[in-house]
Ligand binder design. Structure first.
Ligand SMILES: Nc1ncnc2c1ncn2[C@@H]1O[C@H](COP(=O)(O)OP(=O)(O)OP(=O)(O)O)[C@@H](O)[C@H]1O
Ligand SMILES: [Mg+2]
Length: 455
């Protein structure tokens, strides 16, 4: 097995070739003055496949995206087209389109452990999940580490051990005692654990007793329903009495076991009931959105373009969905290994809603690290002067369609453009394009050029 892995490490897979023109510009100065030069997104000559498209509403971003996605699909690149507005129809024959909404059965599992020995495992899954949650609920330093411990405990209970890479796949279960077949934990499992923490915080009992108390509550509810309907429920009554006894037992066990007081320390780490309640509520609404049940969508592998129509989802859930999806796509790409060019494209329209200045945000990671693994990222947005500098400078290609004058100064500063350059763009006719190439001998082509747009 080790041998096979080494083999895989050495081989770099070959990606499809493509050349997708942005348009041609007439050189004004330099050795090529007067010549027409075509700029293109090119699998062999572009520095990387990353592309940023910017322009005001109606300037043609979605139009250009459709054209580019179409060409990528024809070339045999696997395109993940994330469509927050639901207006990115591309050639029907190329595309498998899925609408994601509350009613859809398929979703994503944000807690999934990747089995790849280099890039997978429960610790990474837990860290990723905590950073996803940071954007969803307010968590301080202490609560972050408490949530991390909670996740690690959960993964261990489901048979995923941090130090044992064999256990990162469903094929191997280190829990000799497990009754049910091994499976990935999902949001509802985590929600249950967080609920137990809530109970603990409220009544100050350790975990095992909190679980027993939940059983007492469940049976008490059942018992009172029966009573209301005047139905005799001797078995429920007995079970309730037994559950109460068990709860008292657990409490006394826990108190007797207490030597270091660590259980209480653990509770203190959560700090406040309200914070855990906030986390719980967030998990509940994410689960309620129906998008994170854990059943991955089964796209048609024979269609190159997979379109995720997320226009029916609320903004908050869209963000979580996209971050979760990008994380999964990157993990899959890393597990496939290195490529000599892009064979996977991630395309995100209306990208402003999804960017984040945190270096560890998945989009920033993708721009930094994904090229090597054959992933190119294409972002379209109305306003990109707020994009992290790292994203702007990593993207070898940029296409600026018409931009509102209000943003000219900020954008010119961000892109280091000469002052006033954006004024000359004629919407739907011309665009400013930068397309940096691998070969260093074409420095005179490194800046922005005004190209005639391809319709
Ligand atoms: N180069 C072009 N030639 C002719 N028509 C174009 C061109 N580019 C865009 N259009 C048309 O302009 C309209 C607006 O384009 P599009 O929807 O792509 O804008 P957008 O930048 O995505 O806007 P928004 O930010 O509102 O989503 C569409 O009807 C499109 O067909
Ligand atoms: Mg659009």
């Amino acid at each position: 097995m080790a041998e096979a892995r080494h083999q895989a490490e050495r081989s770099i897979r070959t990606s499809p070739r493509f050349r997708i023109p942005f348009g041609a510009a007439t050189m004004r100065t330099g050795a090529r003055a007067g010549q027409k030069i075509e700029f293109a997104l090119d699998s062999t000559t572009s520095m990387n496949g990353h592309l940023i498209l910017a322009g005001s509403s109606g300037s043609g971003k979605s139009h250009q995206l459709r054209r580019i996605v179409d060409a990528l699909g024809h070339a045999g690149v696997r395109v993940h087209l994330i469509d927050p507005h639901g207006d990115l129809q591309v050639s029907a024959g190329l595309t498998d389109s899925r609408v994601f909404s509350e009613a859809t059965q398929a979703g994503l599992n944000p807690l999934e452990v990747a089995s790849d020995p280099d890039h997978g495992g429960p610790r990474r899954a837990a860290v990723n999940f905590v950073s996803l949650m940071l954007r969803q609920a307010t968590l301080g330093e202490k609560q972050r580490s408490a949530l991390l411990r909670l996740l690690m405990d959960m993964y261990a209970r489901y048979g995923f051990e941090p130090g044992n890479a064999r256990s990162w796949s469903l094929d191997f279960d280190p829990r000799g005692w497990a009754k049910n077949p091994k499976r990935q934990p999902v949001l509802s499992d985590l929600k249950r654990d967080v609920h137990q923490k809530l109970v603990q915080l409220k009544i100050g009992v350790p975990g095992s007793a909190a679980r027993a108390l939940e059983e007492v509550c469940k049976l008490a509810k059942k018992h009172s329903t029966l009573k209301m309907r005047n139905i005799r429920g001797d078995d429920v009554e007995q079970a309730l009495a037994a559950a109460k006894e068990k709860f008292v037992e657990r409490i006394s066990e826990a108190v007797n076991r207490m030597e270091t007081g660590a259980e209480i320390e653990e509770l203190i780490a959560w700090d406040s009931f309200d914070v855990v309640k906030g986390l719980y509520d967030r998990l509940e609404s994410l689960e309620g959105s129906g998008l994170f049940k854990g059943e991955a969508p089964a796209f048609d592998v024979d269609r190159p373009v997979w379109r995720y129509n997320i226009s029916a989802i609320a903004r908050n859930e869209q963000q979580f969905f996209v971050e979760c999806l990008l994380g999964k796509l990157f993990a899959e790409a890393k597990a496939r290994g290195e490529a000599n060019g892009p064979d996977t494209a991630i395309v995100l329209d209306e990208a402003s809603a999804f960017i984040d200045s945190d270096d560890e945000h998945i989009l920033n990671i993708l721009f930094r690290e994904a090229r090597k693994f054959g992933v190119m990222v294409i972002l379209a947005a109305q306003e990109i002067s707020t994009f992290p500098q790292a994203i702007i400078s990593s993207a070898a290609s940029k296409m600026i369609l018409g931009v509102d004058e209000m943003y000219h100064a900020a954008l010119e500063r961000r892109l280091a453009l000469p002052k006033g350059k954006l004024r000359f763009i004629r919407p739907h006719r011309t665009a400013l394009v930068q397309s940096r190439r691998r070969s260093g001998d074409e420095v005179e082509l490194a800046g922005f050029f005004e190209v005639d747009v391809i319709g």
